[in-house]
Design a protein around this ligand. Sequence first.
Ligand SMILES: Cc1cc2nc3c(=O)[nH]c(=O)nc-3n(C[C@H](O)[C@H](O)[C@H](O)COP(=O)(O)O)c2cc1C
Length: 214
Amino acid sequence: MNNLAFHRLSYGIYVLTTQLDGKPFGCIINTAFQITSAPPRIAVSCNKDNYTHDKISNAKMFALSVLTEESSQDLIGTFGYNSGRDIDKFKSYEFTQGDKLSLPLFTDESIATFECKLVESLEVGTHTIFIGEVIDCNVLSNSSNEMTYKYFHEVRKAVAPKNAPTYIEVEKNRDLYECSLCKYVYDEDVPFDELPDDWVCPVCGATKDLFEKT
Ligand SMILES: Cc1cc2nc3c(=O)[nH]c(=O)nc-3n(C[C@H](O)[C@H](O)[C@H](O)COP(=O)(O)O)c2cc1C
């Protein structure tokens, strides 16, 4: 079995958000897809350990901001490799509130947005598939390409963390170095030791000294 076959499935990259008791919550996901058009419904797969998971269960609504190839790596680093349990993810980013459900949306970073009411939750082992009825959706730009999972891997040179359903253990055939901030694992052709001193983490911008041998 070659697990890299899973990388041949296509996805986008999204910020999944919700709001509970007036506070915003959110994380990066790649597993979102449309299920039906009438009524319009989409599904997302969210790890039960994610802080965002229980917030969506309780708020009974969620939103998606569809990221583009220009979306900041810093935003993906903050929302995809850190937990809202530990930091205020929204502090450094501008976001708007949706017209219908007032959910947090990253309109400056996105090509489209969706606001959904939760209609069903399917427990699937480590993850819950949240199914939402789309209450509102908008196209924000026609000039950018949506960021695909492939682009995230091949151009941004980043890997999804363990909580992503698509996570694949990296085969360790030489020393790997992990960013202590965002958990990005450096596994490129140029040996880590030979990278210039001013090289920074492609995901979160951490300096070289913040990397540790795994
Ligand atoms: C590219 C990428 C894709 C991800 N996809 C998913 C996903 O589909 N589902 C999921 O539950 N977590 C996914 N994650 C992991 C969560 O974003 C991550 O665990 C986050 O820290 C959870 O934050 P929270 O605890 O504040 O909810 C992904 C992360 C990245 C960087």
